[in-house]
Design a protein around this ligand. Structure first.
Ligand code: APR
Length: 307
């Protein structure tokens, strides 16, 4: 049967994701926004491209949650993006109100779906979605680690002049200032990155990876990154719909894994048809473990604000 992906929020991330999903042919798409005409217009524009792109998938634009019924996946991108000088965390009060509203409607109209959350602050908004929907933890996933990892790989590969495909890494922790690029799991052509790059250069790249989102926000002046976030969500959608069971970094609900409890935070997850099918516990260094614990503390401070 044709798969169905619904995207809540027809802004920069939502519309770019709709474009990727639709033209990949992997699923039909519903694009929903409180501004109905924006969703309608973008869906119409993408439909008009279908003959020339040569695909037979359909997209509808709407503001009616009845249209998301029987979705396999619902992606939540509704919410405000950052402005220059703002941290992701500063979006919390506005976006929490939006997420509460959206999550309740998704629970009502697409109770069997797998939800991928993109709205920032990511780990906090994913936790809120989990609490509001009451969905099982495997069916609520936050997108961030894959994006941060992709940024890290791009910067390493560019600095070394090697193909991006020769670099592997995982970025764990919060999608924020306390993210944890796993140096111990970062390899270039199978060799530890520390053997092919000096420490100072690597540290500068780690810092630039953490600040990459802000770098883009300050260039735009208004709005935040959307090509790379939508690419990372698309990869997660593919992993679910094709039951690939790939291990990627994503924000997951922890119950003791990595010594952490009752929060969403970026960890390696095996993603397949049931969503997060397994949290993979890497053997990480003591420094990395401590950094992950610090990151968890920062998320928990924000989770408390939700009450
Ligand atoms: N229901 C549905 N849609 C909503 C709601 C709501 N309650 N509130 C806002 N929206 C819509 C807006 O109308 C807008 O079209 O969400 C869309 C957000 O789009 P953009 O402003 O372009 O933001 P975008 O860049 O897509 O980022 C969305 O993802 O990466 C994160 O930090 C980013 O939190 C932000 C989110």
């Amino acid at each position: 049967m044709t798969k169905k992906v619904s995207i809540i929020g027809a802004g920069a991330v939502g519309a770019t994701l709709a474009h990727r999903v639709l033209e990949s042919g992997i699923a039909d798409v519903v694009l929903l926004d409180i501004f109905k005409n924006i969703a309608l217009g973008k869906a119409m524009d993408l439909s008009d491209a279908s003959a020339v792109v040569a695909h037979e998938r359909t997209i509808i634009g709407t503001d009616d949650y009845k249209d998301i019924e029987s979705s396999d996946i619902v992606v939540i991108t509704a919410g405000l993006p950052r402005k220059p000088g703002m941290t992701r965390d500063e979006l919390i009060s506005k976006n929490a109100g939006i997420i509460k509203d959206v999550a309740l409607k998704v629970k009502t109209h697409a109770p069997k779906s797998i939800i991928i959350v993109v709205t920032n602050p990511l780990d906090v908004m994913t936790y809120l979605t989990y609490k509001i929907t009451g969905f099982s933890k495997n069916r609520v996933i936050g997108m961030a680690g894959l994006l941060d990892g992709s940024r890290f790989i791009y910067l390493i590969a560019s600095a070394l002049g090697v193909p991006r495909s020769s670099v592997e890494t995982y970025v764990l922790g919060s999608h924020g200032d306390t993210m944890v690029p796993l140096i111990s799991k970062t390899k270039v052509d199978g060799k530890p990155v520390t053997e092919v790059m000096d420490k100072a250069k690597l540290q500068a790249i780690v810092k630039r990876t953490c600040d990459r989102g802000a770098e883009i926000v300050s260039l735009f002046g208004s709005g935040s990154a959307f090509y790379s976030p939508s690419a990372a969500v698309f990869k997660m959608i593919e992993s679910i719909l094709k039951d690939k069971k790939e291990t990627v970094a994503a924000s997951a609900y922890l119950e003791g894994e990595y010594g952490l409890n009752d929060l969403y935070i970026g960890v390696p997850c095996k993603i397949g048809k049931d969503g997060i099918e397994k949290i993979v516990e890497f053997d990480i260094s003591a420094d990395e473990k401590a950094a992950l614990a610090r990151s968890a503390e920062a998320i928990k401070v924000l989770n408390k604000l939700l009450q």
